[in-house]
Design a protein around this ligand. Structure first.
Ligand code: SF4
Ligand code: SF4
Ligand code: SF4
Length: 268
């Protein structure tokens, strides 16, 4: 797969079809660093393995990438759902991005939680498919944890979130890793008026985490990056999935599958 990835990236750069390819590069012990390739000879740096966690779509809205004429990006099915969201929200132009979609049967050892509920092992949208198409490896209902949680009492739910959100240190790593959190100025950094206190404490933490979730309702594609990068292990996916399930029930819509469909919270 790696050879095919490098070969296609090299050709795209050689033919001038793209100015830049965003992919996975240097392999450190624990993770893979993203790389930004602009010269055909650098394509040999690209790699693919079980540590390719990052959703590289987060870089598509950064200024330096936006200024490129056309960008190639290596993306798994779950990452491509974020690209779909960015196209729907006019943050990127479909014609300006070349998607090198990876056929993926999961990352992480053990597998990341999201991979058990994956229905995009073969990406739904791509320009070049890397690897053979694979049957969905869906092992569990992605909303099962929300439904389990819903069975708890109100008191129990509140105690759970009080405890979890008390851990938040307001590092904003969840926001930085999220491809759909692209606002140039986040509401939580506005100080006139200051809607959300910047220092970590219970009330402010609750506001911060739920405001973020509300802003992502109907938009979050469940790529799991926010939860993966949270240094204190808050189960952010549970909040996001609850919101996604509400949107699914009300509008029969799930984010990230078809960029030609108007998102319900945009057109409702
Ligand atoms: S969620 Fe699916 S596409 Fe994404 S890393 Fe897991 S198996 Fe691959
Ligand atoms: S909120 Fe989390 S799971 Fe949803 S798109 Fe952003 S990073 Fe991915
Ligand atoms: S990554 Fe975790 S600790 Fe950091 S702001 Fe987000 S929820 Fe809080």
């Amino acid at each position: 797969m790696e050879n095919k990835l490098q070969e296609i990236a090299k050709k795209l750069l050689t033919d001038g079809e793209v100015d830049l390819v965003i992919g996975y590069g240097a392999d450190t012990d624990r993770f893979i660093e993203p790389v930004f390739i602009t010269k055909p000879d650098e394509a040999k740096k690209l790699l693919w393995n079980k540590k390719c966690f990052n959703n590289l779509a987060v870089y598509l809205t950064k200024d330096v990438v936006k200024h490129a004429n056309k960008v190639g990006i290596i993306a798994k099915g779950c990452d491509i759902k974020a690209i779909v969201g960015l196209i729907q929200e006019s943050q990127i132009d479909r014609d300006k991005v070349v998607i090198l979609g990876i056929s993926c049967d999961g990352v992480g050892e053990p597998l990341l939680k999201k991979c058990n509920g994956c229905d995009v092992n073969t990406p739904k949208l791509y320009d070049h498919l890397i690897g053979d198409p694979i049957e969905s490896t869906l092992r569990e209902d992605k909303y099962a944890e929300v439904e389990d949680f819903e069975r708890r009492s109100g008191e129990d739910k509140k105690a759970f979130w009080d405890k979890e959100l008390a851990k938040c240190i307001k590092c904003y790593a969840c926001r930085a890793a999220c491809p759909l959190c692209y606002c140039a100025k986040c509401v939580v950094e506005k100080n006139i008026p200051q809607w959300v206190p910047t220092s970590p404490h219970s009330a402010g933490n609750f506001s911060w985490n739920f405001i973020r979730s509300f802003h992502l309702t109907g938009r979050c594609v469940g790529c799991g990056e926010c939860e993966r990068v949270c240094p204190v292990g808050i189960p952010l996916g549970l909040i996001n999935k609850k919101a996604a399930l509400e949107v699914k029930s009300a509008f029969e819509y799930e984010a990230g599958y078809d960029y030609e469909v108007e998102p319900p919270l945009t057109c409702f």
